[in-house]
Ligand binder design. Structure first.
Ligand SMILES: Nc1nc2c(ncn2[C@@H]2O[C@H](COP(=O)(O)OP(=O)(O)OP(=O)(O)O)[C@@H](O)[C@H]2O)c(=O)[nH]1
Ligand SMILES: [Mg+2]
Length: 208
């Protein structure tokens, strides 16, 4: 797969700083250190991405990337990192919720969990909130390379049981280390982007 271009546009903390929302947009969210930035890099086949850091809890903005003039990706701050004070986490939560509720071009959220771990209370709170607000999400369980085949199956069952009551929801097992799941996730993203474009043909899907 070729390397896709990712142009860093801006890091925003409030709606007035968001870039224009003209393209179908996908946001990447999950617990701190779960592998959000690695997943974006794996999808784009890139080793580096501006504005990603190896220090957990460092992503404090909503970082907007334009992908090949076709899509937008946003890397959201991770939640639940113990070293980030509760007051800051509260501020981030508000910032993320505002973005998810207001961003009209948001096509789906890529909700990332660690395949090795049982979903946390914070994961479940986000799930409930997304469902209550009717925000579409694709669940991605990453770091699959760290598990054996039988452990993968066991964890997949647990995660599915925690998230879904039926089998119809979008769910992808991923590894950013060896790119397991990349093709599947891309086809899911492109399908949703096309659906979105057909609803808004040649139309600016702008900020509120
Ligand atoms: N083996 C393996 N390691 C991974 C995978 N995804 C991420 N990692 C590692 O997990 C650590 C955290 O990954 P990041 O992509 O920085 O996580 P993040 O969610 O962006 O972290 P914050 O932005 O700080 O919330 C890094 O050491 C990555 O190399 C994976 O699929 N397999
Ligand atoms: Mg990150």
């Amino acid at each position: 797969m070729k390397v896709l271009s990712a142009e860093f546009l801006t890091g925003a903390v409030s709606a007035k700083q968001y870039p224009p929302g003209k393209l179908p947009e996908f946001a990447f969210a999950g617990r701190s250190n779960v592998g959000k930035s690695s997943l974006i890099k794996s999808l784009l086949n890139r080793k580096k991405l501006v504005r990603t850091s190896s220090t957990p809890g460092k992503t404090q903005h909503i970082n907007f990337f334009k992908i090949n003039d076709r899509l937008m990706f946003t890397d959201l701050p991770g939640y639940g990192f113990a070293k980030v004070p509760a007051s800051v986490q509260k501020k981030w939560k508000k910032m993320i919720e505002q973005y998810l509720l207001q961003r009209k071009s948001l096509t789906a959220l890529i909700f990332i969990v660690d395949l090795r771990r049982d979903p946390t209370t914070l994961d479940m709170e986000l799930k409930e909130w997304l469902e209550a607000c009717d925000i579409r999400y694709i669940l991605v369980a990453t770091k699959a390379d760290k598990l054996s085949t039988s452990e993968r199956q066991k964890q997949t069952k647990k995660i599915k049981a925690a998230f879904f009551t039926d089998d119809k929801k979008e769910f992808v097992i991923y590894s950013s280390k060896n790119n397991t799941g990349r093709k599947e996730l891309w086809s899911c993203l492109l399908k949703l982007a096309e659906e979105r474009e057909s609803v808004f043909p040649n139309k600016r899907i702008d900020n509120p």
